[in-house]
Design a protein around this ligand. Structure first.
Ligand SMILES: C[S@@+](CC[C@H](N)C(=O)[O-])C[C@H]1O[C@@H](n2cnc3c(N)ncnc32)[C@H](O)[C@@H]1O
Length: 220
């Protein structure tokens, strides 16, 4: 019997077919049920626009989606996905395509949204089918993640899909995990989802959830 292959390719480094969710599928599975129409969310790495469409389908109409990428080509591809009839996005003008690095997010997000973003998606690495020199970098990724924790709503989540299989990707994935491991446990929950027994360096998913602050009322 042949195992069904997950619709997302596992990685650039292995052709092993999988039926368990990939890191990318986990990020969607964890976020999807927690998003509602009206939420404000950020796709920190537009790429081909798949995550943007995923987010927009859940928070529009009524919400907003802010999308960052350093490559104009990525934003063009994302725009095509948004306006593709198959995407069925109800309020495309509520999606802001921002040609800038996610490490500069506070320059582009309206200040009143600080502490109100329900989800950030980071899908690291390079734009599939383009110049592999243009990849996310550890330093800017960590800068953006630190800022994202500040802009995140209580109960909101950050997913980070890491690709350790390319040059620099391993160091970036480890740095993200180290950073997440040191987040204060009274403010954040942090998990890592990873295949344990596959060859190559399959992608991993780090997921964070901001805890709600305890108030005096909580203690009655
Ligand atoms: C793996 S792709 C993202 C895939 C995408 N989320 C999708 O659904 O197709 C990674 C993207 O990150 C972008 N990128 C690299 N450095 C960045 C930065 N500092 N800020 C924002 N995007 C960046 C690349 O240009 C590339 O398009």
């Amino acid at each position: 019997m042949t195992e069904p292959e997950d619709i997302n390719t596992l990685s650039h480094t292995t052709r092993f077919p999988v039926a368990l969710p990939t890191a990318l599928r986990w990020s969607h599975a964890l976020l999807g049920p927690r998003l509602r129409a009206g939420d404000v969310v950020v796709d920190a790495t537009a790429g081909n626009g798949h995550d943007t469409v995923f987010l927009a389908q859940r928070v529009l109409p009524g919400g907003r989606v802010f999308v960052f990428d350093v490559q104009a080509a990525a934003l063009e591809r994302t725009k095509s996905q948004i306006f593709d009839d198959k995407s069925q996005i109800k309020q495309p003008d509520a999606i802001a395509l921002i040609h800038a690095g996610h490490e500069r997010l506070e320059e582009y997000l309206p200040p009143e949204l600080r502490g109100g973003i329900r989800a950030f998606m980071f899908n690291l690495g390079w734009l599939p089918g383009s110049d592999k020199a243009c990849i996310t970098r550890t330093e800017t990724t960590l800068t953006a993640l630190r800022k994202a924790t500040d802009w995140l709503a209580e109960g909101g989540m950050i997913t980070i899909v890491c690709y350790p299989g390319h040059d620099g990707g391993d160091a970036e994935a480890n740095a993200v995990e180290q950073w997440a491991a040191h987040l204060p446990a009274d403010s954040f929950e942090a998990q890592k989802i990873a295949f344990l027994n596959l060859d190559g360096a399959p992608p991993r998913c780090v997921v964070l959830r901001k805890r709600a602050r305890l108030t005096a009322r909580t203690f009655g």
